[in-house]
Write a protein that binds this ligand. Sequence first.
Ligand code: GSH
Length: 215
Amino acid sequence: MFTIYGYNTFNPIKVLLTAEELGLDYTYVNVELGKGENKLPDYLARHPLGKVPALDHDGEILLESAAICRYLARLHDHRLYAADPLPAARIDALVDTATLHVGRWLAVYFWEEVICRHFFKREPNAAAIDEAAGFLKNQLPYFEQQLASADFLCGSEVTLADTIAYAYFQIQDTTSIDLSAYPHIVRWYGEFSERPSVAAVKQRLAEAGGLLPYP
Ligand SMILES: N[C@@H](CCC(=O)N[C@@H](CS)C(=O)NCC(=O)O)C(=O)O
């Protein structure tokens, strides 16, 4: 039995999208971050840092979104991933670029324009947004180039690089990020958004009462 603990933010969404792409049968539990449910003793026993996502697989607790995604893919015949070291390393590299670079700066928009507005009732810090925009201007051309020559980030098949990167790129739906200078990223994002996995994740979040009243 698989239980995914999450919330409507990009880290849990990586895991939910991956689970849906793999056709995993799982239970979803919404951890209400806004109410501090992630800091309650029950949840801290599961995740000592009090963060989402966490995965419970038959009583084994797994943490860290990308590690959970890799684990699920390995359980499913390495689908969305690769059994061979070289293609696996190429997917890992794009996952890390999505997480440590592009996603890190996309997340600044989400933090400033969604979380701070919604939870802290303050306006976005313009200097933080400017800094993120500067880094993205240098980094997004790499993804644009990857997607100019292939349907997906790592070639002709969906991989963990796509499910994980998509979770960050969907930040554009609720923030001021403008990706119109990157037509291949826009094409990839539009096509991925039509995948049944994306609709299924939205439905899971809505059913669990985990859709924030984002703008
Ligand atoms: N590196 C972790 C990051 C997890 C993380 O920071 N999750 C955020 C939501 S996107 C969270 O739980 N924030 C609540 C908190 O830190 O109190 C992962 O990839 O799983």
